[in-house]
Design a protein around this ligand. Structure first.
Ligand code: F6P
Length: 324
């Protein structure tokens, strides 16, 4: 293989730039040409390509977002869109593709490689949600949860000063991993996630208990995909049954997606970028490069996106005990 391309796709995640840099510099070390594709699969379809060398990826390891831009491409979901993408890759002489993204991006990459096996495709997990099977952590997750912790620490100060009840909504359309980990780190009174059913009676009992022991301020973390609804809806229902504390809602939103990546995300991104490029050059295809128990592992793309990640029951229990 003499020429590969790299793209970022789906929701951006801090550490994507560090990963692009690692892919480009590993390829340069192997004397392989690298093309950067602008705006994910949209760029493949439009032939929006730019040459990337070691200099082009200087001074980006510390930057959030993605220098290659990203998108969620509807066109790429159609056979015509993918055929156009393949045609542009062929014309440019691209033989392998590195896709940095989440589940939607991996589904697209896997279909492309199944329809056009002449191209080898490898995935690197880049999403703040940490919802991929085959890696302990995705690039961006650590930065996002640290952003949440900083924000909730600030909210906790004002919640305590006013003796208020706060519902803080964090990202996670399908997964509660941001909520769970940051909730534990912030000492949340309750953590509501899509993986477990929200019982309002249990929640009210928890608040009553805290109120009786004169807790100053309550913070409940709500994952946006919780089965009981978003933070506003849940706050409304709780207020009807528990009106002892003034209730406020804070939606953290896209603040969680930006910012300089943490040390952990920079190192993870660099390691996975290196390993994925090496694996691609040595013939791996249709797999995601992850890190499990400290070791690099390769998982078929179609398994990585299955959403079969078990939320650790013990972690949930620990969170509940800490809030008693
Ligand atoms: O990056 C993943 C994620 O943050 C989800 O948790 C969230 O629901 C979604 O992306 C929102 O992304 P966008 O606003 O870009 O559609």
């Amino acid at each position: 293989m003499k020429h590969i391309a790299v793209l970022t796709s789906g929701g951006d995640a801090p550490g994507m730039n560090a990963c692009i840099r690692a892919v480009v510099r590993t390829a340069a070390y192997r004397n392989i040409q690298v093309t950067g594709v602008v705006a994910g699969f949209e760029g493949l379809i439009n032939g929006d390509f730019r040459d990337l060398d070691s200099t082009a990826v200087g001074n980006i390891i510390q930057k959030g977002g993605t220098i290659l831009k990203t998108a969620r491409s509807k066109q790429f979901m159609t056979p015509e869109g993918r055929a156009k993408a393949a045609e542009n890759m062929r014309k440019a002489g691209i033989e392998g593709l590195v896709v940095i993204g989440g589940d939607g991006s991996f589904r697209g990459a896997d279909i492309l490689a199944s329809e056009f096996p002449e191209f080898k495709v490898i995935g690197i997990p880049g999403t703040i949600d940490n919802d991929l099977y085959g890696t302990d952590f995705t690039i961006g997750y650590d930065t996002a949860i640290n952003t949440v912790v900083d924000a909730v620490d600030n909210i906790r100060d004002t919640a305590s000063s006013h003796n208020r009840l706060f519902f803080v909504e964090v990202m996670g359309r399908d997964a509660g991993l941001i909520a769970l980990r940051s909730g534990i780190a912030c000492g949340a009174e309750a953590i509501l996630i899509p993986e477990t059913k929200t019982h309002f009676d249990k929640l009210i009992a928890q608040l009553e208990r805290g109120w009786k022991r004169q807790k100053s301020g309550h913070v409940i973390i709500v994952a946006e995909g919780d089965d009981a609804g978003g933070a506003f809806e849940i706050a409304r229902i709780v207020q009807e049954k528990f009106d002892k504390l003034e209730t406020k809602v804070a939606i953290l939103g896209h603040i969680q997606r930006g910012g300089n990546p943490t040390c952990m995300d920079r190192v993870l991104a660099t390691r996975l970028g290196y390993e994925a490029t090496e694996a691609l050059l040595f013939g791996q295809t249709r797999v995601m490069t992850g890190q499990v128990a400290g070791k690099v592992s390769f998982t078929p793309l179609q398994n990585a996106v299955k959403h079969n990640i078990d939320v650790n029951e013990t972690i949930i229990k620990i969170a509940e005990i800490m809030a008693l």
